[in-house]
Design a protein around this ligand. Structure first.
Ligand SMILES: Cc1cc2nc3c(=O)[nH]c(=O)nc-3n(C[C@H](O)[C@H](O)[C@H](O)COP(=O)(O)OP(=O)(O)OC[C@H]3O[C@@H](n4cnc5c(N)ncnc54)[C@H](O)[C@@H]3O)c2cc1C
Length: 405
């Protein structure tokens, strides 16, 4: 275990930033998380967690002597299957079982959880850890790498010194623009409308214990239960030229209904249940080979933002956190060497996720003959073939966590 004299500064207290603070604590490092918002908070929507991230939660929990994975499991919902249906006909195209067979293959479960619940578990773990300092209302605007330490300036005034700096400040990362001087994120032309509905308002015939989605021409709709089935999470995605930078503004239901006209009755029924949607302009970036310099490294969406089609952005951020802390331990606290090794170990896997997510988006939104080919190919896959196709993601990265029960 190593202990730097100054804490490691982490800019951003989202899933990636908090997971990084926990991962560093498992290796004996102090950290100071600077979050621009007035509180540590996630948006009111669901998130899917693959077995690869549960492996990471187990490693973190073991390192901290806390039941982190168990606390997340307590709040999560475990779907029986992942079902893809055709948006026009409503027919089931593919069904991937997520029960015992899946668990036997990947050792860890597939789960659905409210984002706020996940963030709260991470936050509480950070609050219990005396190696972690959490500070809100601190928007980092500038940084200087002095060679032997790093200083950041905040909009609110105070500056902070740290042994090193990790930019976990998301898609619109300030640290990334200071480090890499690259362009803004790429606007994909895909828009997501999100909402959460009390399940009591969902027709009984559509109350499923599954992660279900209907794939259609330039559209798809995802529904899944969260909070033990009390709530249903909806994500409606469609292509649109409309562009508003950033996240989380209100959606226009008229545009949504227009885009989903011609879809099957189940889809239109679900969409009609929601009056107020939040809208996200979906962006990603071209993968880059290098996201670290000197004592500064990027992590999560700041390093490799991806479209949501693989449901892996947050999972990859947590993998980053565990990998980075491992490398720091192995480099004996040599930040530059550790960050380079971390970058080297992560960039191909995360680039593959970025590129595959784009491809999945095309497959989900296929039309004409491409849609027929998709339906034919996916409907013929056995569960084992589906698992094999997902193994590069779900087998996760190296680590020796306890086996899942
Ligand atoms: C529609 C949709 C569905 C998705 N579904 C899934 C899914 O099912 N599974 C999955 O794994 N991923 C999913 N993702 C991706 C996932 O949400 C992101 O990859 C993940 O939240 C990234 O975490 P992060 O900590 O890197 O960044 P963020 O969550 O963006 O956190 C960054 C934090 O940094 C703070 N910040 C920013 N700038 C500064 C600054 N200058 N100073 C201080 N603080 C700052 C922000 O306030 C924020 O709290 C989805 C994304 C979308 C859009």
């Amino acid at each position: 275990m190593a202990e730097a004299t100054r804490p490691i500064l982490i800019v951003g207290g989202g899933i990636g930033g908090l997971a990084t603070a926990l991962a560093l604590a498992t290796k004996g490092y102090r950290s100071h998380v600077l979050e621009q918002a007035a509180e540590f908070k996630e948006i009111g929507a669901g998130i899917q967690l693959g077995p690869n991230v549960f492996k990471m939660f187990s490693i973190l929990g073991m390192g901290l002597g806390m039941g982190l994975a168990e606390n997340i499991r307590r709040l999560a919902t475990f779907p029986e299957s992942l079902i893809m249906m055709d948006c026009v006909t409503g027919e089931v195209v593919a069904r991937i079982p997520l029960g015992q067979e899946f668990l036997a293959r990947f050792q860890f479960p597939y789960a659905l959880i409210h984002r706020a619940d996940l963030l709260n578990v991470l936050l509480e773990a950070c609050q219990q850890c005396d190696r972690i300092t959490l500070e809100t209302s601190r928007q980092v605007t500038a940084m200087t790498d002095h060679g032997d330490h790093v200083t950041v300036t905040t909009k609110e005034g105070p500056t902070h010194d740290g042994a090193a700096l990790i930019g976990a400040d998301g898609l619109w990362s300030t640290i990334r623009s200071l480090l890499l001087h690259d362009d803004k994120p790429r606007v994909s032309g895909h828009i997501a409308y999100r909402a959460v509905l009390p399940t009591a308002e969902v027709p009984e015939r559509l109350r499923w214990q599954t992660m279900a989605f209907w794939a259609g021409e330039k559209t798809h709709l995802v529904i899944y239960p969260i909070r033990g089935g009390e709530l249903t999470n909806l994500v409606a995605v469609f292509h649109s030229k409309r562009y508003e930078e950033g996240w989380d503004s209100f959606g226009d239901p008229a545009e949504l209904h227009e885009r989903f006209a011609g879809t099957c009755e189940e889809v239109r029924t679900m969409l009609s249940k929601i009056e107020s949607w939040r809208m996200w302009v979906l962006c990603d970036r071209e993968p880059v080979k290098c996201w670290t310099r000197g004592r500064v490294a990027l992590l999560g969406d700041a390093a490799h933002p991806m479209l949501q089609y693989l449901a892996q952005g947050a999972c990859m951020a947590v993998e980053d956190a565990v990998c980075l802390a491992n490398q720091l331990e192995q480099a004996g606290g040599d930040f530059e060497r550790a960050f380079q090794a971390y970058n080297q170990m992560r960039y191909l896997r995360t680039a593959r996720a970025q590129l595959t997510a784009r491809l999945y988006g095309e497959v989900y939104h296929a039309s004409g003959v491409a849609r027929e080919v998709r339906n034919q190919v996916l409907s013929q896959r056995t569960p084992q073939q589906a698992y094999d196709g997902l193994a590069w993601i779900y087998d996760g990265i190296e680590g020796t966590p306890p086996r899942s029960s």
